[in-house]
Design a protein around this ligand. Structure first.
Ligand SMILES: CC(C)(COP(=O)(O)OP(=O)(O)OC[C@H]1O[C@@H](n2cnc3c(N)ncnc32)[C@H](O)[C@@H]1OP(=O)(O)O)[C@@H](O)C(=O)NCCC(=O)NCCS
Length: 180
C-alpha cells in the first residue's frame, strides 16, 4: 500500500524528501521563471511568506488525498533543486500522474531524469499504481527526453488538452505501465 506519510526515496544523484522551511529560498528563486508559476502554485511574488505558504501546501497534498509532493535534493549535499509529485486523483482506477520542475540554475545536470526514475520505480512497485501518466508540451524536449530515458512511452498528442496561461495547449501523453 502507498504510505500515509511522505517517504524519503534515495536515487543515484538525488534524494526525494518532504519539503522543509529551509527550502524556501529555492522556491523564491523560481518566482520569475517563465513556466514554473504557470503550471504549479509556485508564487510569483518571490516573498518569503509566500514561499513558506507554498511549502505548507506541499505538506497538505497528502493530507487532502491529492498525492505526494517531494523536494528534489542533491543526494550528496541535500541542497534542494526542484520538486516532483505523484498525483492520485484517478488512483481508484489504478492511474497516477507525475509532474516536476527544476530551478534554472540546476538544469541539465540529470536531476529530473534521476528524480523521475526514482519516483516512478517506487510508485509502480505498488499494486495501486498500474499506470503512471505524464503530460508534456511538445516543445518541452528536456521533459520528454527525461520521460523516455525513464521508460515512459509516448502514446499520442492530446489536442487542446489544458489551458496554460489562458491558452489551450496540446500535450503529449506519456505513460509507464506496471505490467508490460
Ligand atoms: C524540463 C526540466 C524539468 C528538465 O530538468 P533537468 O533536470 O534539466 O533535466 P535533465 O538534466 O535530467 O535532462 C533530461 C534530458 O533532456 C535534455 N534536456 C534538458 N533540457 C533541455 C532543453 N532545454 N532542450 C533540449 N534538451 C534538454 C538533457 O540533455 C537530457 O537528455 P538525455 O537524457 O538525452 O541526455 C526543466 O527544464 C524544468 O524544470 N523546466 C520548467 C518546468 C517544466 O517544464 N516542467 C515539466 C513539465 S511537463
Amino acid at each position: 500500500m502507498l504510505p500515509q506519510t511522505i517517504p524519503t526515496l534515495e536515487g543515484r544523484r538525488v534524494t526525494l524528501r518532504p519539503f522543509r522551511e529551509s527550502d524556501a529560498p529555492l522556491v523564491q528563486s523560481v518566482a520569475d521563471d517563465p513556466l514554473i508559476p504557470l503550471i504549479t502554485t509556485v508564487p510569483t511574488s518571490g516573498s518569503l511568506e509566500d514561499a513558506l505558504a507554498y511549502i505548507d501546501r506541499q505538506h497538505e497534498r497528502l493530507v487532502s488525498g491529492a498525492g505526494y509532493s517531494f523536494a528534489i535534493a542533491n543526494a550528496e549535499t541535500d541542497e534542494v533543486v526542484g520538486q516532483i509529485g505523484l498525483w492520485l486523483a484517478a488512483i481508484k482506477h489504478g492511474r497516477a500522474s507525475t509532474g516536476y520542475w527544476v530551478a534554472p540554475q540546476h538544469r541539465r545536470r540529470g536531476y529530473v531524469s534521476d528524480a523521475l526514475r526514482t519516483l516512478s520505480d517506487w510508485a509502480i512497485d505498488h499494486d495501486q499504481v498500474q499506470r503512471l501518466e505524464l503530460y508534456v508540451e511538445p516543445w518541452n524536449e528536456g521533459s520528454w527526453r527525461a520521460a523516455e530515458r525513464c521508460g515512459f512511452q509516448r502514446e499520442g498528442l492530446l489536442r487542446s488538452w489544458q489551458p496554460v496561461c489562458e491558452e489551450r495547449k496540446d500535450m503529449y501523453m506519456y505513460s509507464r505501465l506496471r505490467k508490460h
